[in-house]
Design a protein around this ligand. Structure first.
Ligand SMILES: Nc1ncnc2c1ncn2[C@@H]1O[C@H](COP(=O)(O)OP(=O)(O)OP(=O)(O)O)[C@@H](O)[C@H]1O
Length: 350
């Protein structure tokens, strides 16, 4: 496969601040590459260096074997993070306008339907919702049918059905040979979409690889979360009669089940799904009152928390410890919800 993007030791400094600190990376033709990382890690700066809108302080970048500024504009599509077209034009007018900039553009009606905007195509941009606006911007990046597509947080503000539409479109483009370089804070999206993921932390690429490989190497073990009976835990009864996560964990450990206490129960590691029954039997035999069991396989979010979470409360920090000690919301099988740490979508750095 041909290398479409090559970055070698790219550094970018703004005054004393080091936005990129020696990033080297290669992206091959037809690959979907997702760049993840905390706010301020340097993702947008790297996209800007790769698209030629900023010049690295040191290091080099090549796109299709040339300097990014030398590449014919038809070959590249860019969806910037902060793209804001004129508000008093409709989605259709905007897509037609951008199509008019290229000799060989895709039919604007096809673009509108691809991004799921056909029904709202005649509404002024400023009257569209945030997610609909993002779809117009995405359409503008697709209109020249680029060989290489940069998407800086393409689905921010887009609802789950819209995210699926975008994901399907990205996969369809990649299947036709389009190379896609995207940034996202949505770990599920990166895991689902990308052939390879790069994790940027404080300007350095700390891990690169297929998502399943990163999860295997850095995601930790699968876990069974046991929530002790919430009503009993929160009841006004004497402490002695309440279930105690520490005591339950040490009882289970005595039965050969590796369990550690959490705020609301215990976390069991070192078993595979076929051994859940053994853990449950051990709890039943000891009369442990539990209200829910949640099995959780490690994912890209665990990789993120392990390798970059320190920047906003990760491995070793209180917030990171909480993230590992509770199943993420939406993955619970039963019982009340507890808080889990998540990377933030907001909090722009400038
Ligand atoms: N034009 C600029 N002038 C000065 N500093 C900048 C400029 N652009 C970016 N930075 C700084 O460089 C660092 C990286 O910013 P960048 O926007 O690349 O991060 P990011 O990973 O895209 O963040 P986010 O997830 O919040 O979009 C930040 O500390 C930011 O403040």
């Amino acid at each position: 496969m041909t290398d479409v993007l090559v970055a070698e030791n790219v550094q970018k400094r703004y005054g004393d601040a080091e936005a990129l600190d020696g990033v080297s990376l290669t992206v091959r033709a037809g690959e979907v590459f997702a760049l993840i990382g905390p706010n301020g890690a340097g993702k947008t700066t790297l996209v800007r260096a790769l698209t030629g809108t900023t010049t690295p302080t040191e290091g080099s970048v090549s796109v299709f074997g040339e300097a990014p500024t030398a590449v014919a504009r038809e070959r590249i599509g860019v969806l910037p993070q902060d793209f804001s077209p004129p508000g008093r034009l409709t989605g259709r007018e905007l897509i037609e306008y951008y199509a008019g900039l290229y000799d060989d553009a895709i039919d604007p009606e096809e673009v509108l339907s691809t991004v799921g905007l056909a029904g709202d195509a005649d509404t002024w941009y400023e009257k569209l919702s945030g997610g609909q606006q993002r779809r117009v911007c995405l359409g503008a990046a697709l209109v020249n049918d680029p060989e290489l597509l940069f998407l800086d947080e393409p689905t921010t503000g887009i609802d789950p059905a819209g995210r699926r539409t975008v994901a399907e479109r990205v996969r369809a483009l990649a299947a036709r040979g389009t190379t896609v370089f995207l940034t996202t804070h949505d770990m599920a999206e990166a895991q689902r979409l990308a052939d390879r993921v790069g994790l940027l932390s404080a300007g350095e690429l700390v891990a690169v690889g297929p998502p399943e490989e990163l999860v295997r190497e850095h995601g930790g073990d699968a876990r069974l979360y046991v929530e002790l009976d919430a009503e009993q835990l929160e009841s006004g009864e004497a402490a002695a009669s309440k279930p105690d996560p520490e005591a339950v964990a040490s009882d289970l450990a005595a039965d050969g089940v590796a369990a550690t206490p959490t705020d609301r129960g215990v976390e069991i590691t070192g078993i595979d799904p076929t051994e859940i029954g053994r853990a449950v039997e051990a709890m039943e035999a000891r009369g442990v009152p539990y209200s829910s069991l949640t099995w959780r396989e490690p994912g890209l979010e665990d990789v993120y928390m392990e390798l970059a979470g320190d920047e906003e409360g990760g491995a070793g920090s209180e917030l990171g410890a909480r993230a590992r000690a509770a199943p993420p919301e939406g993955e619970r099988t039963d019982g009340p919800r507890t808080t889990s740490a998540r990377s933030s979508d907001g909090g722009e750095t400038r």
